[in-house]
Design a protein around this ligand. Structure first.
Ligand SMILES: C[S@@+](CC[C@H](N)C(=O)[O-])C[C@H]1O[C@@H](n2cnc3c(N)ncnc32)[C@H](O)[C@@H]1O
Length: 246
């Protein structure tokens, strides 16, 4: 099977998995609201871009309007799943929506102020190397533009557990899919630097959406440490902010 075949193959999700059986919808939703607030706050502090063109790669059903509101930001969504592209266009969740594959996008060079990979690189890591995604971002960003990646980290205990489940062949039984690959913070920083970007890393949160709400609330104050370089690497959810030099 070639990389392209692999990219175009949908990875099935088994809804009858252990963690989904144990997790309550209200807990997941509360965590999602908290995560979005943390993402917004980090971007407000660190993005340094207050408007312009955003390319959301692997946009899914939610291309990122919650982080890049109109009219300041113009949002272009790309996804490899035609149903999601059609849905995003129909629901007006982005200004444009296109079918496309991360790492082989053909927009003109230097056409975006922000390239967003939100919860997508850890799926692409299952399909092949991430280098082409970073190279795409570096090519498509204007000078001073920023790549933002928001992904699960490997060095958090949950990331290590997930990596173990993947390795032992239990991933689908435990959480429904084999294609969630937590990413090494060191590798994210190195891949960004290799593409010519200037990277910084933040922990969005140390909490995990499946923990009981009281435990999540108890852990949340730790997130205030998430922008310290040493502490950032151990986040459950990481945010890479990688700027193209001017
Ligand atoms: C977990 S969803 C994330 C959606 C959205 N970014 C968000 O924050 O909710 C991952 C998305 O990546 C898309 N995807 C997976 N592999 C891709 C690839 N090689 N190129 C483009 N999109 C891809 C999937 O179709 C899916 O919509």
């Amino acid at each position: 099977m070639t990389l392209a075949d692999n990219r175009e193959r949908a990875v099935p999700h088994d809804p009858d998995n252990l963690l989904d059986r144990l997790s309550r919808e209200s807990t997941l939703e509360a965590h999602y609201r908290y995560l979005t607030a943390r993402e917004r706050s980090l971007l407000a502090d660190r993005l340094g871009v207050s408007g312009g063109d955003v390319l959301s790669v692997g946009a899914g059903w939610h291309p990122g309007r919650q982080l890049f509101p109109a009219p300041a930001f113009r949002l272009v969504a790309v996804d490899s799943d035609p149903e999601r592209v059609e849905g995003v266009a129909r629901l007006g969740r982005a200004d444009e929506a296109h079918l496309g594959y991360a790492g082989r996008l053909d927009f003109p060079p230097a056409s975006f102020d922000v390239v967003l990979y939100r919860l997508v690189l850890h799926h692409i890591a299952y399909q092949g190397p991430l280098g082409p995604c970073f190279a795409d971002a570096a090519r498509l960003l204007k000078p001073g533009g920023v790549m933002v990646a928001i992904e699960p980290g490997l060095w958090h205990p949950v990331g290590l557990g997930l990596a173990l489940a993947n390795r032992s062949g239990l991933a689908t039984a435990v959480h429904g899919t084999p294609d969630d690959i937590p990413l090494s913070p060191r590798r994210l920083l190195a891949d960004a630097a290799a593409a010519g970007l200037d990277p910084e890393l933040h922990a969005v949160t140390y909490t995990w959406r499946r923990l009981p709400p009281a435990v999540q609330r108890a852990l949340a104050p730790l997130d205030a440490l998430g922008s310290r370089p040493r502490a950032a690497r151990f986040g459950h959810t990481l945010m890479l902010i990688a700027r193209r030099p001017r």
